[in-house]
Design a protein around this ligand. Structure first.
Ligand code: CU
Ligand code: ZN
Length: 170
């Protein structure tokens, strides 16, 4: 039986290092009866991650949009996702502010048809290191994020939740 661990080690050594993550997605599902759903993709670009959001079922207007600490959407009200992802201990702000939660992605703005699209480059979020967003939660809120009220931007309840997961490379 002494051979078993030896064989196991040899097999492990033969496995190549995993390829770097080239894309991630959070599939947003409705919380409660909100009817809000969508996708948020994250793609590495020069200087950060490109964030592309397509969300539907919203009430018209701005809705707070954040990465939260935990990739756990199990609670009916989304509170299992925890607070804003904030590994640096900064105050709540907007995505363009120097001091901000890493999870502060600002707002998505829905038109009269209830759909919102957003595309921007986030200069703090990353796939590796302290600000790594893989496995964290993405939350869409009932109300607008004012980008200044602490600690959440006064964005109200949570209407959709998803977990940032690795996407198959193109
Ligand atoms: Cu939030
Ligand atoms: Zn925040």
């Amino acid at each position: 039986m002494k051979l078993v661990p030896f064989v196991f080690l040899a097999a492990a050594a033969a496995v190549a290092a995993p390829a770097p993550v080239s894309k991630a997605v959070a599939v947003l599902n409705p919380l409660g009866a909100s009817g809000v759903s969508g996708t948020v993709t994250f793609t590495p670009v020069e200087g950060g991650l490109k964030v592309t959001a397509r969300i539907k079922g919203l009430t018209e207007g701005a809705h707070g949009f954040h990465i939260h600490e935990f990739g756990d959407c199990s609670a009916p009200d989304g509170t299992s996702a925890g607070g804003h992802f904030n590994p640096t201990g900064d105050p709540h702000a907007g995505p363009k502010d120097a001091q901000r939660h890493t999870g502060d992605m600002g707002n998505v703005v829905a038109g009269a048809d209830g759909t919102a699209t957003l595309e921007y480059v986030d200069h703090r979020a990353a796939f590796e290191g302290q600000n790594a967003v893989l496995g964290r939660g993405v939350i869409v809120h009932e109300k607008a994020d004012d980008l200044k009220s602490q600690p959440t931007g006064d964005a109200g309840g949570r209407v959709a939740c998803g977990v940032v997961g690795v996407v198959k490379a193109d």
